[in-house]
Design a protein around this ligand. Sequence first.
Ligand SMILES: [Zn+2]
Length: 552
Amino acid sequence: MKRGILLFLSLLILGCKPYKAQSIYNTKNNANTTDPKLVVGIVVDQMRYDYLKKFYSKYSNGGFKRLMREGFQVQNIHYNYIPTFTAVGHTSIYTGTTPSSHGIISNYWYDKYLRKGIYCVDDSNYKSIGAKSGGEKSPHRMLTTTISDELKMAQNGRNKSIGISIKDRSAILPAGHTADAAYWFKGGDDGKFITSSFYMEQLPQWVQDFNSQNKADTYLNQVWNTYFDINSYTESIIDDNSYEQPFKGKETPTFPYDLKELRKKNKNYSLIKKIPAGNSILVDFAEATILGEQLGKGVGTDFLSISFSSTDYVGHQFGVDSKELEDTYIRLDRDLERLLNFLDKNVGKGKYTLFLTADHAAVQVPAYLQSLKVPAGYFDSDKFKKFVKEKANIYFGNSDIIENISNLQIFLNREKLKEYYLSVEEVTRKLMEEIINFDKVYKVVSAETMQNTNFTKGVLNSLQNGYNQKFSGDILVMPNPATIIYPHKGSSHGSGYSYDTHVPLLFYGKGIRQGVSKRYHPIVDIAPTISSLLNISQPNGCTGRPIIEVLK
Ligand SMILES: [Zn+2]
């Protein structure tokens, strides 16, 4: 009887709780001594390829320059889909495929089944661990495996796999479905690294210890000034200009920044995300992770993914050409040097493999480009929504056939179409005829075309790789180059044009050749390259190919 109750209870628990795969891994020792002890994947949010060259003279010898000098530079790697956003970028790097199959089609999108807007990693099945809220997340919307998943399964769970970042999505998605943990920074009045009950029920002692050191306070009690004399920052435009968004509580977007004062009006601990110290505290946390989890010290190959987010926040606020952005990269380079030295000391030089790339790049502030007479501009999405609804009314007598317009996609309401005896084809065709005439629209394509035509190159190939038959809209719109949906201050990203798609890619360490390649590679080639290096399966939706010139 008792056993019956126990069985019933355990079935009940199994039914409600996530299945913990670790429990069934066999623990046979199958470690290969030629494999790296640790793979470190680094993503720099919004890093353009040209930053490697642009700020080269200001970098130290031990950061970016060390990776470029001693490792392998892939100089012509591009995103091969639209939209180039954070969640999509991280997922594509680690899954080796595009939104058409991994399913992460944006950061936020309209879910036509739930009929509401959703966020890529939100998951109400889980609760927040380490803070009252902000941890209700999981990678459940990512439909394929990551390279970190494949490494975990290849070793029967005998390694550790962890993702860390300031942003939740940038910690969760790279770490994959089988991760031991993902940690990210909770701003506001918390100022701590937190996680989700998807991974654990309690923060490990080392994370609690890290949080109790209040490092965020130490950083936020300082003044942000330039690392070198500001007059030597000749790679960027003047400090006080109209293309930058000042912080709340400060009139001009100019150095120095009194953080202690500014945090009062800029959501307290959230301010650290928007300054270089957001990257510094992540390196502090990376060091604590390596020590706390003894990464690189186990029997197998561990995996640590690190994503630096502050570069993206600074780019959005101050723009690609700002002194703030230049200083952020100069300081990130020092943080990188610190991380590499730490890895040498604690894992061992020659015992780890590392790659560094970005989740997307960014456009120069369009208003600044306009001042240089370069064609650029702003896409008015509110006006666009009104325009589409107006046309629907004119031609079909009803605007409620338009269910949702978001991420430059139009979703038609199937029930209303039926009710008014309209076909998707005729509505789509008529609306497209009108939309191409809307200000700053470059192309408009139907879902039907995406399904029935095979585009092998160019922006339409990128649009197709980003199109997911199940989740995407019925009409897809592409604005002109250097045209963004954003305020007139600061940079953004999202397009399939080269300023958004061209990113750095550096490989370094065990199994990696020293050299440079100028050959074109799509971003989906990173994951199979790591698979090839580790001699493990490629992620299960992988569409890329190994970059063979990188490997020994
Ligand atoms: Zn961004």
